[in-house]
Design a protein around this ligand. Sequence first.
Ligand SMILES: [Zn+2]
Length: 592
Amino acid sequence: MSVVDDIKTRIEIVDLVSKYANLRQSGMNYNALCPFHAEKTPSFYVFPNRQSWRCFGACATGGDVFSFFMQVENVDFKGALQQLASQARVELTSQRARETDAGAFQANDAAARFFCQYLASNQGKSAREYLSNRGITPDTIERFKLGLSPSDGHSLRRNLLSLGFSEQQLISAGILAQSKMGSYQDLFRRRIMFPIWDSQGNLSGFGGRSLDDSNPKYINSRQGTTFDKGRTLYALHIARGSIPQQGAVVVEGYMDAIIAHQAGFTNVVASMGTSLTKIQASLLQTLTQDVVLALDPDTAGQQATLRSLETSWEAIHGSIIGQSKRGAVYQKPSVPNLKVATLPDGKDPDNVILEDPQEWERLINDAAPFIHFYFQAMSAQHEITTAFGKSQVADNLSRLVFQINDPFEQDRRFEELAEMLGVTKTALEASLSRLNRSKGPQQTRMQQQASSSPFQKLERDPLEEHCLALLIQNPRLAYLATDLRSEHFQRVDNREVFTNLGKKNTIEDLEEETRTQASYLSHKMLPPSDSEKTESSFSDCIQRLEERRLRLLKEEESLRLSELPPEEIFHYHKEILDINEDIGALFRRRGI
Ligand SMILES: [Zn+2]
């Protein structure tokens, strides 16, 4: 549940409004003199069942707890969110983040010192030999603070407890395991320890590699207060200086990244997995749009490699921070330039770099544009001289090209793809429109991934979102939106995005949830359409939103009238006719 929804379920609108207006119960509902305009007879209503309010008088407006609070306190959404959150005792994300257990980070620092000392001790001899055999110099061990965990399973805990840390802090840090019976054990036993820093340079967790090749070969700190693998890129804190000038190179393992930095390739980071996550992509894209993937040749076969690549492509094109921090909220991001470096068979990046650093440089410089690489890999799997093979490759690649947000770049890529396939662009576009109609298994998979994204909310309003996405992605439509008001949006996040449209706000000025939603909408994929169709689709959206607004108005009106004595209803006759007239006119326009 989003913070806004959380607050809405906790704050009773009658309680909130009664602090500002003298509410009088009228059947199921409440009324009062409107707090927003001067009047003698009450036309302001609160509907507890709907958690809504409406002024049927001069204001002719209504809404929910948020819009009421913003108007009555004259605060913006950010202010309303803060004050209502504290009233509802809901913690805001930023507050949560600030209150993360600082002790857990300190525990990690202390653990790293302990592991370093242990590696340097007599017990660390074979581990030091192992590292030396892997080509790692003592300077590099020092620089990356590599260490060794003892095999007994309790030395780390004892050491840290003696320094004043609590077991709870070690568990928060993800380095101590507790059994069901309640006994504790160090998570890392007899492993080479790789401290992992987050992008701010805090030591957030560890990777541990088994010394004797026992399985699992690698384990990480448990996901906890400090560590989240999918939100971390290994070595980013030292690579971030070089990346804006040189672009980023992404490798898979710690060892690859360490060896790269040791050899002077300072723009290398490790994904710690076979593909990039959306958040990892966002971390990179605040620094650069030029990203080369130098991932290990996948032992599980080419099919698995292609899937990992697709995931990285989706992450980098769906990343929520695809633009400069100073850019305007609705500015289109510059286009990601994703490439793939092909490593020689069976060689990991660290092997290549140790054997011949110039070879590595050449491989990175010769990295193929993603679409070309993917095309070649696909062609190897399908018989592209046949029409069937062609259409299979076209389908797969079109799906990827379709995710490019920039229309010109998308167009260029389609031209390229048509050329590679040896078909005309028209033929390819025909295959694309078929793609939009059918939902193949692959598209379903993408949708599953999209819905598991942490940025995806469970509650969405497709009509509001489609309308806003059209407007944000086609600012020229604004002339059609003159009748659109914030009241047309039921969801608070959409309403906020709408209210901020056209204001010269930067991303930082927006409250976090609004920012995420604005970003989502500006990247939301829309079906391909010519400008005439876009306009009519947008007008249709507005009419449907207006229809919905009037329906809500009717419902609230009948709730209000149902409580009135018959002789009073007569007074409102004109008002009712007006609304009915509006609805009638709308339906005539829509031809219903
Ligand atoms: Zn009013």
